[in-house]
Design a protein around this ligand. Structure first.
Ligand code: ADE
Length: 332
């Protein structure tokens, strides 16, 4: 079974880390596990290791930390960043000291300041040997690759948890959690994973694909919202009817083809003679150019021969090209 192979690989290869009990040893104290997991949020193992040891020398127990002065803890934290973590750390230490010990279940751990789903699961598994789903970004990548989940992890978290649940053994919860983390950071790396040394490669869809790096896909860029517009193409005697846009708002005061305000819903139109997709900073515009017979409101006739001098912004210059270029191609 995959979990057994991973655990054996961990027994043979576990990294020695200051907060870690090696496989077969008594689990690390919850204070050490908690402190290391908080420090490791957004900070690398290499940066955390010396700081963890120094912190522990200064405050060897949760009671000692609970009795510390806030400013001493904050200055000891200097350089680790994300100082809200340090403030939560003090609050959490005081709560734990007041209740006498760390709670031992994920649910109870979750209620402490600064302890979220990941940290609660990690402490429950690593310090108390409870089966828990310990899913950090490394583990998300490992599970995505094993199962060939290509979509970005932000869109597959529920599925990834189910899959992790399916492979998490009942025993050796702490070793399994840390084995998955180690695998993610040393072998199943984001770039250039070392599949040749991976105990799970024979079960891994991404490895079998020959392009493991493709899994999971990077986070999608936020999609620009789409707006829809209509521009009227009113042509007479070699001229088209142009208007000036209202002074306020997008393209304010610019020359333009006439048309109603842009909307959030697409509509279909008869007599579409051209189309442009135009990307603005905050949205994408899909603009249909439709033939119309008569002008209305204020505007002017602009000769097609001098259209380049009309001061049209790119959107409308492209809209005019969408109509005129096919015509010129036909004439050529
Ligand atoms: N990253 C976060 N927690 C870790 C742990 N317990 N072991 C290795 N890497 C980690």
């Amino acid at each position: 079974m995959a979990a057994n192979r991973l655990l054996q690989h961990y027994v043979d290869n576990a990294r020695r880390l200051p907060w870690r009990a090696m496989p077969g040893e008594t689990p690390a104290e919850p204070y050490r596990v908690w402190l290391s997991e908080v420090m490791l949020q957004q900070t690398t193992v290499a940066a955390v290791s010396p700081r963890f040891e120094r912190f522990l020398r200064r405050w060897p127990t949760v009671d000692a930390l609970a009795a510390a002065r806030d400013e001493d803890v904050l200055s000891e934290w200097a350089g680790l960043g994300y100082y809200a973590r340090a403030r939560n750390l003090i609050a959490c230490a005081r709560e734990v000291a007041a209740r006498g010990a760390f709670p031992t279940t994920e649910n109870e751990l979750r209620k402490l300041p600064g302890i979220g789903a990941y940290t609660a699961a990690a402490i429950a598994a690593i310090a108390f040997g409870r089966r828990a789903l310990v899913m950090d970004t490394n583990v998300e990548r490992v599970v995505s690759r094993l199962n060939g989940i290509e979509i970005p992890v932000a869109e597959s978290r529920v599925r990834l948890r189910e899959l992790l649940d399916g492979m998490t053994p009942a025993e050796h919860a702490g070793d399994f959690a840390q084995a998955m983390m180690d695998l993610g950071s040393t072998i199943c790396r984001p770039r250039a994973p070392l599949c040749g040394g991976c105990p799970l490669s024979s079960d891994c869809v991404a490895c079998a694909s020959g392009e493991p790096e493709r899994y999971p896909a990077p986070k999608r860029k936020a999609l620009r919202p789409v707006r829809y517009g209509v521009a009227r193409w009113i042509e007479r005697n070699g001229c088209i009817w142009l208007v000036r846009r209202p002074a306020k708002g997008i393209l304010g005061g610019m020359a333009a083809l006439p048309g109603p305000e842009w909307t959030d819903e697409p509509e279909s139109h008869p007599q579409v003679v051209g189309h442009v997709t135009h990307v603005f900073t905050h949205f994408r515009l899909e603009l249909d150019v439709v033939a119309a017979a008569k002008p209305s409101g204020e505007g002017w006739w602009q000769s097609l021969d001098t259209l380049a001098d009309a001061g049209l912004p790119t959107l409308y210059r492209r809209a005019a090209e969408a109509v005129l270029l096919p015509r010129r191609a036909l004439a050529a």
